[in-house]
Write a new protein. Structure first.
Length: 284
């Protein structure tokens, strides 16, 4: 059921998820706005309560109509948690602004895409475009690769793990947009997600090392296995940049496109690997 759900969710997301309507980040904003304090305990309680609610809902419908209601809930949870509808809109708005020569609009969209880690200031255009590439690579990881990883790895508990991860991701985005960096630090959200991202980043890193220009990426991936000091963001973007080393970093159109193309290849490869492993398991 995991593979069937995943294929349906990705197909629907690609064709119809073009905004915030089917994005959990948007749906949870009303909850985040009611929180009066920010702390690690509150973050953990919020996430566990959300996951508990998902578990309770799935438990209540277990076996109804020969499992069709459970399948429907799996699909709905997947649609809400996998995919970056509004971020895709921001990306296309950035490309359109660059084509039109609107530097103000393109800078605004670039800053929106790099909301979590930001863009450098007072630097060369090449460094700024590289940072934009990193932001796009991270968006692909956070909205596709990591959710797919937890959905598949956790098996029958996949929707619950997926919902928990998406809740933390949504909370981090909301904090970055509405509160101060100090508040975000007090919430512990970055630390929690960095722990959760450790293994998915290494799995995604294999794809970047093998699909890109991997002369340096593959040795860097092996080195990342023992790296306990670099953040997951640094590990992923470092590996991806090795794979993108031969691509241009000076064209405001082609530079982000190169990152998105590589990220899409890695995502498709991950889905194909999941499909092959599922079919092999069924054959056995």
């Amino acid at each position: 059921m995991t593979l069937f759900t995943l294929v349906l969710v990705l197909a629907w997301e690609r064709l119809f998820k073009l905004g915030e309507h089917w994005q959990l980040d948007h749906r949870l904003e009303v909850v985040f706005q009611r929180l009066h304090r920010v702390s690690l305990a509150q973050t953990l309680l919020l996430t566990l309560a959300w996951m508990g609610g998902m578990w309770g809902m799935l438990w209540l419908v277990q076996g109804m109509f020969f499992g069709m209601v459970t399948l429907l809930l799996w699909i709905i949870i997947g649609l809400l948690c996998i995919g970056a509808g509004i971020e895709r809109q921001h990306y296309h708005a950035y490309l359109q602004a660059v084509r039109q020569g609107d530097s103000h609009a393109s800078d605004q969209m670039a800053e929106e895409l790099a909301l979590i880690h930001g863009l450098p200031i007072d630097c060369s255009e090449a460094l700024r475009l590289r940072a934009l590439q990193n932001a796009l690579l991270w968006i692909n990881f956070r909205y596709y690769l990591a959710p797919i990883f937890w959905f598949v790895v956790c098996g029958t508990y996949g929707p619950i793990a997926l919902a928990g991860y998406a809740c933390l991701r949504a909370y981090q985005t909301w904090l970055a947009r509405h509160l101060t960096p100090l508040d975000r630090s007090h919430s512990g959200i970055d630390l929690l997600l960095n722990w959760l991202d450790w293994l998915p980043v290494r799995v995604a890193g294999v794809g970047y090392a093998l699909l890109g220009h991997g002369e340096k990426a593959l040795p860097a991936w092996f080195a990342s296995l023992g790296d306990r000091h670099s953040s997951s963001y640094q590990v992923l973007t470092r590996l991806a940049q090795f794979s993108l080393a031969r691509d241009p970093h000076s064209d405001p159109l082609q530079t982000p496109r190169a990152a998105v193309a590589l990220a899409s290849q890695v995502t498709v490869t991950l889905v194909v690997v999941v499909a092959l492993l599922t079919i092999y398991g069924m054959l056995l």
